[in-house]
Design a protein around this ligand. Structure first.
Ligand SMILES: [Zn+2]
Length: 104
């Protein structure tokens, strides 16, 4: 009942959210390792990261992974503090259970 009214709104909201994220896409990142421009940039899920609007990750030719984040300054700072101690973090895989299935 009443579902027809909502039809499409969920998809619209997702599309709008993606547009908002795309709007924050940096033109390029500067590699933390060698200072080169990194133009291949991918969005990363910000689920569970309160105050973070968008996270972008770029992989430099030198192997260094560079991040950019936008959102509340304190949340962004906390994000980069976390990065500083664990560069790989779990952003890419989003492992939830921590079962430790090694894929190395
Ligand atoms: Zn580099």
């Amino acid at each position: 009942m009443g579902q027809a009214k909502q039809r499409g709104s969920r998809e619209q909201r997702i599309a709008q959210a993606q547009e908002r994220i795309e709007a924050t896409r940096p033109e390029k990142l500067v590699c933390n390792g060698c200072g080169a421009d990194v133009t291949t940039i991918h969005p990363v899920s910000t689920r569970g990261l309160a105050g973070i609007e968008a996270i972008w990750v770029g992989q430099c030719d030198c192997g260094q992974t560079t991040f950019a984040a936008s959102g509340e300054p304190s949340a962004v700072q906390a994000f980069f503090d976390a990065l500083g101690s664990d560069t790989e973090l779990t952003l890419g895989s989003q492992r939830q259970d921590g079962s430790g299935h090694e894929t190395a």
